[in-house]
Design a protein around this ligand. Structure first.
Ligand SMILES: [Zn+2]
Length: 289
């Protein structure tokens, strides 16, 4: 069995991803595109036999939570989407992206407990195992509390050169992030890090939106980076952990899907050759340590 792994995690949030700064742009795109994008992703995963982690905001399955939010209910409450994922041919890992997309680095301990308990309650009420956790805005914090709720794996911050700069200096970090998107710089392979009874599987690369200045990133360069991500995982017995939100497909949707499917097709040839294996985040909870 190959040691190299491809892990894909998707942050599923609809309006909750921008509950604190939602704009007409978000509303328009969520209402007109989000469902279709999720369907197209599920079709690709079925076509190539890929299992991924869908980390969803728990409130999407709680009608009461939608009542206090602005705009149409469908921005905040979407049980039909979770249903579609559960009914797809490939068995996916349904993880959590927090109770209501609150930020774990700035919440009080009690707020964090309340949020994570709400997420755990929604998972269990709907008969789902909660193994994987993706921090809203990747704001990692209160790891002990999420472990207490039985979460086994979380996605840590990207292991990337531009992230290291960003952690020290926000503005320079943004410039570095843009440069990284424009140049064929190779994403890093990551390794699972076990801390007590919870495992961190950091991100390697964001499948980024092609909007604004990022339109300058040539699709061939993005494909080249994605390919290097696979090769790095193979050469280092590591994990290429790609992540994104459905919103990363809002702009130039067809082009984004063309890039994504080309990458998945390429990954599937390495899988067929037994050089690469697919693992959801939950896959790291049982057999890695
Ligand atoms: Zn999010």
């Amino acid at each position: 069995m190959p040691n190299a792994k491809l892990t894909i995690s998707i942050d599923l949030e609809l309006g909750w991803g921008n509950w604190d700064n939602i704009t007409p742009f978000h509303i328009h795109n969520i209402e007109s595109k989000e469902h279709l994008i999720i369907e197209r992703l599920l079709e690709i995963f079925d076509r190539y036999g890929i299992t991924v982690t869908w980390a969803f905001v728990a409130a999407l399955l709680d009608e009461d939570s939608a009542r206090s939010m602005p705009g149409s209910k469908s921005l905040w409450y979407a049980p039909e989407i979770i249903d579609k994922i559960r009914k797809s041919n490939m068995p996916h890992d349904l993880g959590s992206h927090g109770g209501k997309h609150k930020y774990f680095d700035s919440m009080s301990k009690n707020e964090a407990i309340e949020d994570i308990q709400f997420a755990a309650y929604i998972h269990s009420k709907n008969g789902m195992h909660l193994n994987s956790f993706v921090y809203p805005r990747n704001k990692v914090g209160r790891i002990d509390l999420i472990a207490e709720q039985g979460i086994k794996v979380y996605r840590g911050q990207d292991l990337a050169w531009h992230q290291t700069i960003r952690n020290k200096q926000a503005l320079l970090g943004r410039a570095a992030n843009l440069l990284d998107k424009l140049l064929p710089i190779s994403p890093q392979a990551v390794s699972p890090e076990l801390k007590k009874d919870i495992c961190n599987i950091p991100g390697s690369m964001l499948f980024f939106s092609r909007n604004g200045i990022r339109k300058l990133a040539h699709p061939k360069i993005t494909l080249n980076k994605l390919h290097k991500g696979i090769l790095n995982a193979i050469n280092n017995d590591g994990v290429f952990h790609l992540w994104f939100h459905p919103s990363n497909f809002w702009t130039n949707t067809d082009q984004q899907f063309e890039i994504f499917e080309t990458f998945i097709k390429q990954a599937s040839t390495y899988i067929e050759n037994e050089q690469l294996e697919v693992s959801s985040m939950a896959g790291f909870s049982s057999n890695e340590h």
